[in-house]
Design a protein around this ligand. Structure first.
Ligand SMILES: [Zn+2]
Length: 312
């Protein structure tokens, strides 16, 4: 077992450097009535940012990457579609497990972030034999939350800077872990969903397992309901879940306000396009792709990892 340390310097800056680069000229015009100090601040932030990105990249050259096809028998281009009846059965099984094993225990973000990061580091190391150590720093604000109002959080793929935009209740371990997968260097959404799910669900920690199952259920319900908002909420209500679980699932699909529906719809279309231009299937990788991956892995006869990890 060897250890690799990625510095992630940008994540330790007191404010997001990307916000300073983008926001400093505007702020200085408003506050100082001049653009020069803003430009200097922006240029300084850009220098720090670029330095951190290069440093991480240099360290990451020693990284051993997971071969998803060989390990799990599935990857972005080889997903088998999960039949709808199987999805419905899985929804019932997940709901039963979430009800049976429900825990109201919550871990504060300051303690949760390093815990989730450790679990993820150990899970990846169980496959590659290499512990990739990364920062556990998390922000609660960056300008990206205004641009992507539908997102729960974001990770800047270059610098590894992570921000959570809202309180997602029982889902927080998953949202954090998903962004931390990106920070380790895996930038595809399918990989972030899958590694987060498998790391948390096999962690042996009730709060983390609950988050993993809840996310899997959430994604199945999104596939089953499609664009039908009302149908999604009906499906949640029909499951007889513990109140806190049902509430968290409802909150993930709020009625769209004016800002979200205009900006959100436009940005979603752009984002979907960006995903497809970067060798992914699009926004569907978050739900349909993720659940199809677990389905393909579970039935794979040739993968190196134990397919029982993908069973419910
Ligand atoms: Zn992501």
């Amino acid at each position: 077992m060897d250890d690799l340390h990625i510095p992630n310097d940008a994540t330790y800056a007191p404010v997001a450097l990307t916000d300073l680069i983008a926001g400093a000229p505007v702020a200085s015009r408003v506050l100082l009535g001049a653009t020069l100090p803003g430009r200097i601040l922006g240029a300084a932030a850009l220098g720090l940012y670029a330095g951190a990105v290069v440093k991480d990249w240099v360290h990451r050259r020693e990284m051993r990457w997971i071969d998803f096809q060989a390990e799990f028998g599935a990857d972005v281009r080889t997903l088998e579609p999960m039949p709808e009846a199987e999805r419905a059965a899985e929804v019932r099984a997940l709901a039963a497990r979430l009800t049976e094993a429900f825990t109201p225990h919550r871990i504060q973000r300051e303690a949760l972030a390093p815990l989730v990061n450790d679990v993820l580091t150990a899970y990846i190391a169980s496959i590659t034999g290499q512990r990739v150590h990364t920062s556990s720093q998390v922000r609660s604000f960056t300008l990206a939350s205004l641009v992507f109002p539908f997102a729960m959080g974001a990770c800047d793929v270059l610098s590894g800077d992570v921000a959570l935009f809202r309180d997602t209740g029982i889902f927080e371990p998953h949202v954090l872990c998903h962004e931390f997968v990106h920070r380790k260097g895996y930038w595809k959404e399918l990989h972030a969903q899958v590694l987060s799910y498998l790391a948390l669900s096999t962690s042996g920690h009730p709060v983390l397992i609950q988050a993993a199952w809840a996310e899997r259920l959430h994604r199945q319900l999104r596939v089953l309901a499609g664009d039908d908002h009302a149908r999604y909420h009906e499906l949640v209500d029909d499951l007889g879940l513990p109140g806190e679980v049902a509430e968290a699932l409802h909150r993930l699909r709020p009625p769209a306000g004016a800002y979200e529906s205009v900006v959100g719809a436009a940005m979603k279309a752009l984002y979907d396009e960006r995903l497809r231009l970067t060798g992914q299937n699009g926004l569907s990788d978050y739900d349909e792709g993720f659940t199809n991956f677990l389905w393909t892995f579970r039935r794979s006869g040739s993968c190196r990892q134990d397919p029982r990890q993908a069973e419910v």
